[in-house]
Design a protein around this ligand. Structure first.
Ligand SMILES: [Zn+2]
Ligand SMILES: [Zn+2]
Length: 264
């Protein structure tokens, strides 16, 4: 039987004799194994959504939004205008002068809160509002919006309020303008052409067949499930809009604003 000294010298000899390539391979295998164990995949960087002061940071697994809309509706504006009266981010001047609509981006309803879980509050604009807004209590940033139309598949981020770190390269231009009838007609006509080739021309926007196609593409992109690895057992992307609302106690406060009315 070998004593410890013999065993050590045998091991040293084996290590010295091991070809460098084998050592490299072992290191590579170890790194790959660690990556799998940590849930790392070659899928690009995740997207981050944070409040203006940085206390709340939310991570979405996908590197890009699934859809992008330029929205001219009263409610999107009113949500941000109300938050601004409480110290939240101001509405951009270009939105106020109708040079561009508010920017809405959509991610799959599958995320994790990296920090600031205790700083979330939930609001609806008025009693019969279908949408629920998640707002940070630290700096009144509107972080996320849920609506029945999203069918718990996706969430909306208003990038004019929240900070959005994502890859916009493939979806730089919005896919769709909505509620253009709420904008001055001349300003609507002057809006930039969309990724779909659509303009703000009301004749194009209100074309029934064109609208049908656009909403079909919204459903295809936004109702598609999150990537399987992000929702598999043990994945840390375990939060949804519903789960964070429940964790916060389930209360949604009604603000009580009249549709289209200016926010005092
Ligand atoms: Zn904040
Ligand atoms: Zn809107």
């Amino acid at each position: 039987m070998q004593d410890v000294g013999d065993l050590l010298s045998t091991l040293r000899g084996a290590a010295a004799a091991a070809p460098a390539a084998t050592a490299c391979l072992l290191v590579l295998l170890a790194v790959l194994a660690a990556g799998r164990w940590c849930g790392l995949r070659d899928i690009g960087a995740p997207s981050l959504v944070s409040c203006r002061c940085g206390k709340v940071v939310i991570e979405f697994p996908e590197p890009q939004p699934r859809y992008r809309i330029g929205c001219c509706c009263h409610d999107c504006k009113q949500k941000l205008a109300w938050a601004a009266t409480r110290g939240g981010p101001a509405l951009p001047a270009q939105v106020l002068d109708h040079t561009r609509p508010l920017d809405l981006v959509y991610f799959a309803n599958c995320f994790r809160i990296l920090r600031g879980k205790a700083c979330l509050a939930f609001y609806r604009l008025r009693e019969d509002s279908a949408t629920t807004n998640c707002v940070s209590t630290c700096c009144n940033t509107t972080l996320m919006v849920d609506a029945p139309f999203y069918k718990e598949k996706c969430v909306l981020i208003q990038s004019d309020a929240a900070r959005v770190e994502t890859d916009f390269s493939e979806s730089m231009r919005p896919h769709l303008y909505i509620a253009l009838d709420k904008w001055p007609a001349d300003k609507a006509r002057a809006l930039p052409t969309l990724a779909t080739g659509q303009t703000g021309d009301p004749a194009v926007v209100q074309d029934a067949e064109a609208r049908k196609q656009v909403f079909k593409s919204f459903r295809e992109k936004c109702y598609a499930p999150p990537p399987e690895w992000a929702v598999s057992d043990g994945s840390y992307y375990a939060s949804t809009f519903k789960s964070i609302l429940e964790e916060a106690g389930g209360a949604v406060e009604t603000i009580g604003l009249v549709e289209g009315a200016p926010v005092e």
